[in-house]
Design a protein around this ligand. Structure first.
Ligand code: HXC
Length: 514
């Protein structure tokens, strides 16, 4: 009998804790299209797999009448569970409890689950829905954030870290997501900013809504701070599950090759790339024509669209694609696309995911804006990331590979393992028009018919350099291939490079052009 009472008490305590901030606060949460913290976890994880810890934590704030307030679980839910049967660690802030604000014990719960994730070498998922530092707890809240940021950094490159913004993520709190690998946002629900609209109005006199300041669209399209955009929470959870199917649990865990399936649908890959170098095409068609099942999980789809990055499987193995997008600004490298590519290359390298680079670009974007925005520094990140990456690096030059763009996009010179070129490839210092205008300037100027001579010189330059055979004659390109041979060759190259082993010079760490 006594025993049963104890169990009843446990049930009672659990029920109370699981009610979070109470029915009214839950109602408000739902009215905004938001699930509660526990509902979110249950929707995301495999059914029946979630185990919660620290449910009965109590906060330690005493000032400002806080000693009279009960804050169940101190506004955050932590635990472990599985996704696709693989263990993960998770925390979800509970906005119904003091606005999910972060006090000392709240932060200790988060750092506890972060420590688990790192120790157990399993992915960490953080669901953010919080008014930021708990104002009543002063420096203890700041200390909590500091402890979280430190652990984000420690875990970087060891375990995948995913941040999901499902409500406000305000003030310094934004720096935890910013330190993680993938940030997910949901239309109308997610908000992320350093200073909110009220502060902006007071200090700068400018009026702006939270949505326009730091909503999902802003961060997915304009700032590049977020990687995935979803219409609602359920879509967001599906995206997270899909992403996790492509990446390993840690930098030391091997993903065994899965089943091989052919690209879905009939792709006329030999005819995707127009021979005329001025005509655009969608490089994602090339990816789909190569990938198993034509499956491609694109990352940062809405930002810096002149480069395409994301995961596929080829021959059952996960690969990271980096591809210039001729549909958008001819696929140039600029400040944003360089940042986007470089970070992704480093993620793939950290987690042993081979890189497949598809090249078609006229080079780095010229212009005062880009120069003054630091295209030198940002562009250097691509060179650094590719040079530093020791995972298998497979490059396919589809068409244009001009100038610095040729070198940067995983060229032989940055130690690509295999470089293939399609017959449409043009590898040169610059495009034929620009080149002819410079090197034949005098002849063109002095000719009786300058236009005719210019045309001739462009043709002369084209026939000499605008092809893959000069590079192939020096061994910079390993094979000139028919596009339809690409998938077979990539599968083979992935097999050959499975046990690739290169050693870099011993150093504490490099100094990338951050
Ligand atoms: C304590 C907080 C809080 C906070 C919200 N609450 N934010 N309590 N500290 N930071 C409480 C509210 O008092 C309220 O309590 C409950 O949470 C719900 O908040 P509402 O304001 O009613 O919700 P809503 O209208 O949806 O507005 C959400 C919000 C707003 C936009 C997030 O609450 C807000 O602006 N909060 C303050 C944001 C902020 O400036 N944070 C500090 C940033 S500085 P009751 O009891 O009434 O239900 C920072 C520094 C970190 O974070 C530095 C790290 C390096």
């Amino acid at each position: 009998m006594e025993e049963n009472n104890k169990i009843n008490e446990l049930h009672q305590r659990r029920r109370k804790a699981m009610l979070g901030g109470g029915e009214k606060a839950i109602e408000k949460q739902k009215s905004m299209g938001k699930k509660t913290a526990r509902e979110r976890i249950l929707s995301l994880l495999d059914e029946g797999s979630f185990n919660e810890y620290d449910m009965f934590i109590s906060h330690v704030a005493r000032d400002f009448n806080m000693d009279k307030k009960e804050l169940p679980g101190d506004g955050v839910v932590i635990g472990t569970g599985t996704i696709h049967g693989n263990p993960i660690a998770i925390f979800a802030q509970d906005f119904t409890v003091a606005g999910g604000s972060l006090g000392l014990m709240h932060s200790r719960k988060i750092t506890k689950i972060m420590d688990y994730a790192l120790k157990m070498r399993i992915p960490l998922i953080g669901i953010n829905d919080s008014g930021g530092a708990r104002i009543q707890e002063g420096v203890n809240s700041l200390a909590g954030y500091g402890e979280i940021f430190f652990r984000n950094t420690l875990a970087s490159g060891v375990i995948p870290q995913i941040s999901v913004i499902l409500g406000p993520c305000a003030g310094g709190a934004v720096y935890s997501p910013a330190l993680t690998d993938f940030v997910f946002m949901v239309d109308n629900i997610s908000k992320m900013f350093i200073t909110g609209p009220e502060v902006i109005k007071t200090v700068l006199g400018e009026e702006i809504s939270m949505e326009d300041l730091g909503g999902a669209r802003v961060h997915c399209e304009t700032t590049g701070n977020a990687h995935f955009f979803a219409a609602d929470e359920d879509e967001c959870f599906r995206q997270i599950r899909e992403l996790l199917s492509f990446i390993p649990a840690s930098n030391e865990s091997q993903m065994d090759p899965g089943e091989v399936s052919e690209p879905a649908g009939a792709f006329d890959i030999n005819n995707i790339v127009p021979v005329d170098p001025t005509l655009p095409y969608d490089v994602k068609d090339v990816i789909k024509a190569i990938a198993d099942n034509s499956e491609f999980v694109e990352i940062q789809e809405m930002w810096a669209r002149n480069i395409v990055i994301g995961f596929s499987r080829i021959g059952g193995r996960t690969v990271g694609f980096v591809a210039n997008q001729p549909l958008e600004m001819a696929g140039v490298l600029d400040v944003d696309s360089s940042d986007k590519a470089a970070r992704f290359i480093r993620f793939c390298d950290s987690f042993n995911i081979p890189l497949v680079t598809l090249v078609d670009l006229p080079g780095y974007l010229p212009g005062v804006d880009q120069e003054h925005a630091g295209v030198i520094r940002h562009g250097a990140k691509v060179l650094y990331a590719y040079s530093e990456a020791t995972v298998p690096k497979l490059t396919v030059i589809l068409r244009k590979a001009y100038g610095g763009g040729y070198i940067a996009m995983s060229s032989r010179h940055l130690r690509a393992d295999f470089v293939f070129a399609w017959p449409t490839a043009e590898i040169a210092v610059m495009g034929p028009e620009g080149a002819a205008n410079i090197i034949f300037r005098k002849e063109i100027k002095e000719a009786e018919n300058p236009e005719e001579v210019r045309r001739q010189k462009v043709e002369e330059y084209k026939s000499k350099f605008a092809n893959p055979y000069v590079a192939a004659s020096r061994g910079y390109v390993d094979s000139v291939i028919e596009p339809s041979e690409t998938r077979k060759l990539i599968i083979h190259a992935l097999e050959v490079s499975e046990r690739k082993d290169v050693t870099m010079p011993r150093k504490k760490h490099g100094i990338p052009p951050f």
